[in-house]
Design a protein around this ligand. Structure first.
Ligand SMILES: Cc1ncc(COP(=O)(O)O)c(C=O)c1O
Length: 591
């Protein structure tokens, strides 16, 4: 194994030891430099690292002395230490995990290994944005299970070499799907944000747990600050309220049902559902299945999740809600909770929140807004009116991992009344949430969660918000909506397309049928419907086999399979929309 090239001055003092640090070293000067504007600071730091002349350094530093800070000293010290490692040609075939840190003398091998991993990852990142690369290299499950050349999914009893581990890293990415590719439109969560990626790397490096301030002080505070900012955007006075980041929109929606039940029937926590009458949840027939799932998981029963009718654009009909509430009351059942969706999964429809809120106030029901997909439009001054009335909700789900391009997973559950989340979920485990810690234990937020250990989902989001500003998210959202408007108008005037619903979509969802030439002109009949039902799955299968692009399809109600185009990827451009349309036609013209 070749020795690493060293560019540091060596023998650095311990950053944690104040008495060891000499009065005047490159670290002090770099600390000063870091206190300057970033560009100037980097220049000074570069100069100081090169310059060995103490007098010259001292003169330089004198003029900036007042900006010195301990934080900056450490930052520069770390950069000096890191620069000792340059990638070299290491033979990993005889090296194993046991040779990595904390192994004795494992530092060099560890750094070389990690530099190789970074190389694999950065190559992947580069290719992701390269339109000449495929979105995916599709293989059937049995092919991957049988093993590809050099890539075997079976687990081994004996350790494999680091060389094999690096191959495994590379091949895992090779046979996966590039969800950040500009032509990946398959899911609501797409895109590869570089700052978000950096945040995710840092999060894994820190490898801590959100349950207590004790072990995640910075992340816990970031979560508090970010949730408050989100509540301000919802419009709750002074951003008051509570919230938590959860493992996804489905779980956030489940939190909403739990908290609503706790608000009206706290006895369920101790006595169970047998202590209360039959409770009903209301949600639209276009809403996400997670509301039904919450009904099943929390003991309401799916039959007690009442589905509300929608108009042709997928928005709930408020009169149907009121009629069903009255019907339930007549039968002696207890309406408890109403979900209004802001951005439905398939049509991208926004339920009329104000009208639903009026009904919820009238009958004293909990109003939840599932903004997993559409909540992010609150960041856009042009589009936030679509969530008009959201400030009247008792709770809101908002997934930054969808429309805002934050890496998975990142979903916020927000609740207007403080104390409910804690009251509903807390178990006060003495070994984790000791009340007599030396700090303010209200920052031990873990007992609000239904989980024990909780992943740090906040950092990448917080970092992206810092890096882009609110305006950056706003521009991203506006751009995605503009692209979907472009697609919508393009399809209006094109032969061979039918829209699933009339009028401009409210979100980036554009739902359409591609009608192959063989079906054009055929009157609407059973045979046409059956044949049309097969078109989207066939085109999708060919798309995946050729690896050129990906878009979702599904049936909805009595409507046969249609394409649902969604745009949340910041890499997508008009040319990618054009490509998708051309590709559908290329693959579908002979069907
Ligand atoms: C409206 C809506 N709510 C909830 C969810 C669930 O979100 P997650 O996949 O993060 O659990 C989705 C997912 O597509 C959704 O579209």
């Amino acid at each position: 194994m070749a020795a690493s090239a060293s560019s540091s001055s060596g023998g650095e003092p311990d950053p944690n030891s104040t008495n060891l640090r000499p009065a005047s070293t490159t670290y002090d000067w770099c600390g000063v430099a870091h206190g300057c504007t970033r560009r100037l600071g980097l220049k000074i730091c570069g100069f100081l690292q090169k310059s060995n002349n103490l007098e010259e350094q001292n003169r330089f530093v004198g003029s900036f002395k007042d900006r010195q800070s301990a934080k900056n000293l450490l930052a520069c010290q770390n950069s000096l230490r890191d620069s000792r490692f340059n990638r070299n040609e290491t033979d990993f075939s005889n090296l194993y995990a046991r040779d990595l840190l904390p192994a004795k003398n494992g530092e060099e091998t560890t750094m070389q290994f990690l530099l190789e991993v970074v190389d694999i990852l950065t190559n992947y990142v580069r290719k992701t944005f390269d339109r000449s690369t495929k979105v995916l290299d599709f293989h059937h499950p049995h092919q991957l299970l049988e093993g590809m050349e050099g890539f075997n999914l079976e687990l081994s009893d004996q350790p494999e070499s680091l060389e094999q581990i690096l191959v495994d890293c590379r091949d895992t990415l090779k046979y996966g799907v590039r969800t950040g590719h500009p032509r990946f439109f398959n899911q609501l969560s797409t895109g590869l944000d570089i700052i978000g990626l950096a945040g995710e790397w840092l999060t894994s490096t820190a490898n801590t747990n959100m349950f207590t301030y004790e072990i995640a002080p910075v992340f816990v505070l970031m979560e508090q600050i970010t949730l408050k900012k989100m509540r301000e955007m919802i419009g709750w006075p002074n951003g008051e309220g509570d919230g938590i980041f959860s493992p996804g929109g489905a779980i956030s929606n489940m939190y909403s049902v739990m908290v609503a039940r706790y608000k009206y029937f706290p006895e369920v926590k101790t006595k169970g559902m047998c202590a209360v009458p039959k409770l009903l949840l209301f949600t639209s027939e276009h809403s996400h299945y997670s509301i039904k799932k919450a009904g099943a998981a929390l003991g309401f029963g799916t039959e007690n999740v009442v589905l509300l009718k929608c108009d042709e654009k997928g928005r709930v009909i408020p009169a149907d809600l009121e009629a069903k509430i009255l019907d339930a009351k007549r039968k002696g059942e207890i309406p408890l909770f109403v979900n209004a969706t802001a951005g439905t999964t398939v049509y991208g429809a926004f339920d009329p929140i104000n009208e639903i809120a009026d009904i919820c106030e009238k009958y004293n029901l909990w109003l939840h807004v599932d903004g997993a997909w559409g909540g992010s439009l609150l960041m856009s001054r042009r589009h936030q009116h679509k969530l008009s009335g959201v400030q009247r909700a008792d709770s809101v789900t908002w997934n930054p991992h969808k429309m805002m391009g934050v890496p998975l997973q990142c979903s916020a559950f927000l609740v207007r009344e403080t104390g409910l989340l804690q009251g509903c979920n807390q178990m006060c485990a003495g070994y984790l949430f000791q009340p007599d810690k030396q700090y303010d234990v209200t920052y031990d937020t873990g007992d609000k969660a239904i989980q024990c250990g909780r992943h740090v989902d906040i950092f990448k989001f917080w970092l992206m918000w810092k890096a882009k500003g609110t305006v950056g998210f706003e521009q991203h959202i506006n751009k995605c909506l503009e692209l979907s408007e472009y697609l919508y108008s393009k399809l209006q005037n094109r032969e061979g397309y039918e829209m699933v619903f009339q009028g401009e979509p409210q979100h980036t969802n554009v739902c359409f049928w591609y009608i192959p030439p063989s079906l054009r002109g055929m009157p609407d009949c059973m045979e046409r419907r059956e044949r049309l039902h097969k078109v989207a799955p066939k085109i999708k299968a060919m798309m995946m086999e050729s690896g050129t692009t990906m878009v979702g399809y599904q049936p909805q109600g009595d409507k046969v399979n249609f394409f649902r185009m969604v745009i949340s990827n910041h890499a997508a451009a008009k040319s990618d929309i054009d490509f998708l349309v051309d590709e559908i036609e290329r693959l579908g013209q002979d069907l």
